[in-house]
Write a protein that binds this ligand. Structure first.
Ligand SMILES: [Zn+2]
Length: 451
């Protein structure tokens, strides 16, 4: 009888450990799409029938608040890790070394694993460690190695002047390949990146006709993507999230901030500078010069904010990292920071305060896990990661977000087969019931002394 009791307990333990119970996972696939620099209200002055249809069939956030600094690589790494930028350490689009003065531009920085792999694992690697197959298509962070492991399949954006970022045909080919990855290669998670409408927003400004046209192109691409998902029979097997990293602000060309012209300030006193990058600046004064530089700059321009690292406003969750320099600068919406020479000519820019409405971005989702026709209140992008992990049924790494911010988007049945938290299901009840029936018969036999 004790042996039999052991058998029952063992069966129940086995059930708990091997959820989901059906033998084949109920896990849905997940496609995370980012259209770089898609401001939250870009669909309000352009006809966007496909994004509208997606909102009717799924969930739309009024807007999403990105992390600060509102740059591409830092904000995408927040999506992938669920951490504020000071906690994941990818604090700038550019890799730099304050001792040697070396800097690398955005595309070259994609290859510098040490810049990305500094303590936080992106969701690709966490998912792979838990048995899933993943891919990155041009996604920032997708070209790095993390603790010796890289994403299963990747495509890396080349960058440079020759690459045409807004080639709609190429966008569709990229989607076709992603569909193949899901259907033929049976991937669980793909992160897919498009460099627009960011490029057009920078070049022509967020209020330009060109920006409206590229948003129409994004919308057609969303239509093509949704139709492809249908055509590949993935409708009930794949959850789709479309989001972005930040918005876009029109650049002010009057009353500009130009450090070279500030009285009592000299680049002679600076050991390392990273300025001329929109509204953001990092400075390392030469030894003994910090106070002097700080005093010269702090009231230099009413639109310029200069902080010692330790006094940088906590709400930005940005300065508490060893990579942040002793002085941190940022400027008000629309104003960029020029350094020695004026070399910034963009009509649109980002990198501003994440509370600036023009930095807010989009979040849309649909698929078997999501409610339909639901518009939700804004939330911070740091919470997206917890949602991705829930959808993929994986255990998240420690992060700064919470599923509480997004859980109300999900249907009750979504992601119930979490391996880390098996639920008591009908299958378990049936098995337990049948075991108890056997037990009962067994007891009766024993009581009858027929053994
Ligand atoms: Zn961006």
């Amino acid at each position: 009888m004790l042996a039999f009791l052991g058998l029952v307990v063992a069966s129940l333990l086995a059930l708990g450990a091997s959820a989901p119970l059906q033998g084949t996972s109920t896990r849905k696939k997940l496609l995370l799409v980012s259209f770089d620099g898609f401001r939250w209200n870009y669909d309000q002055d352009v006809d966007t029938p496909n994004l509208d249809a997606m909102a009717r069939d799924g969930v739309k956030a009024r807007y999403m608040t990105p992390a600060f600094v509102t740059q591409t690589s830092p904000c995408h790494f927040t999506l992938l890790t669920g951490k504020y930028i000071e906690n994941h350490g990818v604090i700038h689009n550019m890799w730099f070394n304050t001792s040697t003065g070396q800097k690398l531009p955005y595309y070259n920085t994609q290859r510098v694993s040490a810049w990305w792999d500094n303590g936080s694992l992106p969701i690709w690697i966490t998912a792979q460690k838990q048995g899933l197959k993943t891919a990155s298509f041009f996604f920032p962070g997708g070209n790095a190695t993390y603790r010796g492991e890289e994403v299963n399949i990747k495509r890396v954006e080349k960058g440079g002047l020759l690459h045409k970022y807004n080639n709609e045909t190429e966008w569709r080919e990229n989607i076709d390949l992603v569909m193949k990855w899901f259907t033929k290669d049976n991937l669980d998670f793909v992160a897919l990146y498009f460099g627009e409408p960011d490029s057009t927003g920078h070049k022509h400004g967020p209020e330009s006709q060109q920006r409206k046209e590229i948003v129409s192109q994004v919308d057609r691409t969303v239509g093509y993507l949704r139709q492809s998902i249908k055509d590949h029979g993935l409708n009930s097997a794949l959850n789709l999230i479309i989001t972005s990293d930040h918005g876009m602000e029109t650049v002010q060309k009057q009353d500009e901030i130009h450090l070279q012209k500030v009285a009592n300030f000299s680049f002679q006193d600076i050991q390392f500078e990273l300025v001329d990058y929109g509204p953001h600046g990092l400075l390392v004064p030469k030894p003994g010069k910090l106070e002097q530089v700080y005093e010269a700059l702090k009231d230099a321009h009413p639109r310029l904010h200069v902080y010692k690292k330790e006094e940088f406003p906590k709400r930005f969750h940005y300065a508490n990292n060893t990579r942040i320099t002793p002085l941190v600068l940022y400027s008000d919406p629309g104003y960029v920071i020029h350094g020695r020479l004026k070399v910034q000519f963009n009509k649109g820019e980002h990198g501003f305060d994440n509370e600036d409405m023009n930095m807010k971005t989009i979040f849309r989702a649909e698929g078997p896990a999501f409610k339909r026709g639901l518009e939700v209140e804004p939330f911070e992008s740091v919470n997206v990661y917890a949602l991705l992990c829930k959808l993929l049924e994986i255990t998240p790494e420690p992060n700064d977000g919470s599923l509480n911010a997004t859980q109300h988007m999900l249907l009750r049945s979504a992601g119930t087969a979490m391996i880390s938290s098996p639920r008591f299901t009908w299958e378990m009840a049936l098995v337990l019931g049948s075991q108890l029936l056997v037990w009962d018969a067994w007891s009766r036999l024993l009581a009858m002394g027929s053994w």
